[in-house]
Design a protein around this ligand. Structure first.
Ligand SMILES: Cc1cc2nc3c(=O)[nH]c(=O)nc-3n(C[C@H](O)[C@H](O)[C@H](O)COP(=O)(O)OP(=O)(O)OC[C@H]3O[C@@H](n4cnc5c(N)ncnc54)[C@H](O)[C@@H]3O)c2cc1C
Length: 295
């Protein structure tokens, strides 16, 4: 299977798609969004500084048809979603989004019903377009770098006006080995402070459920789940989070989940390795104190 990756220049993201590409065959070729060398060794590598996925469609269609790529791999991110749909229409190609598993015979799996069921599909037509959920595949280690050639045909139907980084305090969710997440059970935005205190001691990032984000207690960038960040930390504290399937979709690959919830029937306890049935306002200060005594 001749595969092509389309992804921003980021070693981890490209690495995850390389892993998927190798399930289907050899190391894929790459179209990198951005400028500069691409981490990893690729047979053919292209680049475009087009900041908007739609602007790449003409160039990608031409390249895929010319080189005969059989599978196009994108991350299931905003950029990936922007490209996958129009590319599928233009190529008359089948598209499957948000896959989390793949086999060499082109069967792929993806969750449905907010993660409550798993579906398996067999793709019988090429080229096929797949978007891949982040953090479900190991990121292949990139050795060396490749200097890309510019992708022809990137047009400018949409122009990027401005881009501003959102300043987040503390450790980014993406890199955190430990995450302390709060839900609606935390009770208020001010009360999130205690979770930040716990996170500070554990060198952890702070996350949130959609319940807490909807209440305005946490930033949307902190949301974990199907429509938020997908994380895979070693330890995940779920504090006052019921454990809805859409939340669990974001922590499927967390190694050790610790749940603190006062409802013993809360769904989160089905996913947790350790569970404490108690008011978090009692448990978290005790935990902080014990950790301080340890130090
Ligand atoms: C299409 C779609 C996409 C979605 N995407 C996401 C997503 O990405 N991420 C996400 O999180 N959700 C998502 N949701 C929402 C999801 O279904 C739930 O509504 C949400 O996760 C609930 O948040 P919560 O657990 O914080 O709140 P609740 O369900 O209200 O749970 C609060 C919990 O706190 C406990 N509690 C209360 N007080 C205390 C206390 N003092 N101490 C300890 N425990 C206490 C309660 O027992 C309860 O279990 C999505 C929903 C849909 C339909």
């Amino acid at each position: 299977m001749k595969a092509l990756i389309v992804e921003v220049i980021d070693a981890k993201r490209i690495g995850e798609l390389v892993t998927v590409g190798r399930i289907f065959g050899d190391t894929p070729d790459v179209v990198a969004l951005g400028t500069g060398d691409i981490p990893g060794n690729y047979n053919k590598a292209y680049c475009s500084d087009a900041a908007v996925g739609s602007n790449l469609i003409d160039g990608l269609v031409e390249l895929i048809q010319k080189e005969g790529y059989e599978v196009v791999l994108l991350s299931a991110t905003t950029v990936g979603a922007e490209i996958a749909g129009p590319l599928s229409v233009r190529l008359g190609a089948p598209v499957l989004t948000e896959i989390i598993g793949a086999k060499s015979d082109m069967t792929v799996t993806r969750p449905i019903y907010g993660g409550k069921a798993m579906t398996t599909f067999k793709i019988n037509q090429t080229p096929a377009i797949l978007t891949v959920r982040r953090k479900y595949f190991e990121s292949a280690i990139a050795e060396g770098t490749t200097t890309p050639v510019p992708l022809a045909g990137a047009a400018g139907a949409i122009r990027l006006v401005s881009e501003e980084a959102v300043v987040t305090e503390g450790i980014p969710l993406d890199d955190a080995e430990v995450i302390v997440s709060g839900g609606r059970g935390v009770g208020s935005g001010e009360k999130f402070t205690i979770l930040r205190d716990l996170a500070g001691i554990l060198n952890a990032a702070v996350g949130a459920s959609r319940g807490a984000v909807d209440e305005g207690w946490a930033e949307p960038t902190m949301q974990i789940g199907q429509t938020g960040n997908i994380v895979a930390p070693s330890v995940y504290f779920a504090v006052g989070i019921s454990g809805a399937s859409q939340h669990l979709a974001g922590i499927a690959n967390a190694k050790c989940v610790v749940a603190i919830n006062k409802d013993e029937d809360a769904n989160i306890f089905k996913r947790a390795r350790f569970g404490i049935v108690e008011d978090y306002a009692k448990v978290v200060p005790a935990l902080i104190q014990a950790l301080q005594e340890e130090q």
